[in-house]
Design a protein around this ligand. Structure first.
Ligand SMILES: Cc1cc2nc3c(=O)[nH]c(=O)nc-3n(C[C@H](O)[C@H](O)[C@H](O)COP(=O)(O)O)c2cc1C
Length: 200
């Protein structure tokens, strides 16, 4: 299923077609295709070129690793994400190499994952990020070092048939996509003053 964004201004097709499904096809993802997604993440910009991100990946056929990753998700997410062929945890390094705090670490990790998502879209794959997981448990089970923080869980796979989902999730899957208007977040001159670029 595709779910292109109903945009008010034209955007690149890859942006329009990226979305976060919960239904995944059974088709596995080739490791070489996944490698391209990480290559896209690798070339994201970051503060001081620190590249403060890491991804813990689990393919479905790695039974123990996959179960371990599934086990850190909240119940709601585990319910649908168990069908995805790939699960990951995105992790951010909180300090620069020199030990000073990197206040942009989360921002940069998000940027890397955004590029990964666009690369995935270009390859017919879908990426569904999740805040609904237990970061403390992830830190423990994956032996993540003290100055790294798990940020998001991620499901990746080829989009599947929405009718494979339970009714409630099916309804959310096929519901229209919505966004705030540009006038709410593009400002100019002072906080809350909509930029003329988007106000007409
Ligand atoms: C950081 C982050 C956390 C999210 N957490 C969850 C989650 O725990 N469970 C879920 O089903 N979707 C989650 N989502 C997906 C969002 O609900 C989704 O991106 C949003 O509704 C917009 O839909 P779209 O990505 O299809 O455009 C998350 C997305 C992001 C970026």
């Amino acid at each position: 299923m595709q779910k292109p964004a109903p945009t008010n201004f034209p955007v690149h097709d890859l942006i329009r077609h990226r979305w976060s499904p919960r239904a995944f096809a059974e088709k596995p993802v080739e490791p070489s295709v996944l490698a391209s997604l990480f290559e896209a993440a690798r070339w994201a910009p970051s503060s001081s070129n620190e590249q403060p991100w890491a991804y813990l990946v689990a393919m479905k056929d790695e039974k123990e690793n996959f179960a371990k990753t599934l086990g850190v998700l909240v119940e709601f997410n585990a319910g649908w994400a168990k069908e995805a062929p790939v699960l990951m945890i995105a992790v951010s390094r909180l300090n620069f190499q020199n030990g000073t705090p990197n206040r942009n670490a989360f921002y940069d990790t998000g940027a890397a994952t955004a590029l990964l998502s666009v690369e995935a879209t270009a390859r017919g794959l879908a990426v569904h990020q999740m805040a609904g997981f237990d970061p403390a448990k992830a830190k423990q089970v994956f032996e993540i070092p003290e100055d790294w923080e798990p940020i998001a869980a991620i499901a990746i796979g080829y989009p599947g048939d929405p009718s494979s989902l339970p009714q409630k999730l099916h309804d959310r899957e096929v519901a229209p996509r919505t966004r705030k208007p540009l006038s709410e977040f593009v400002m100019s001159g002072r906080w809350g003053h909509t930029s003329l670029i988007v106000s007409q």
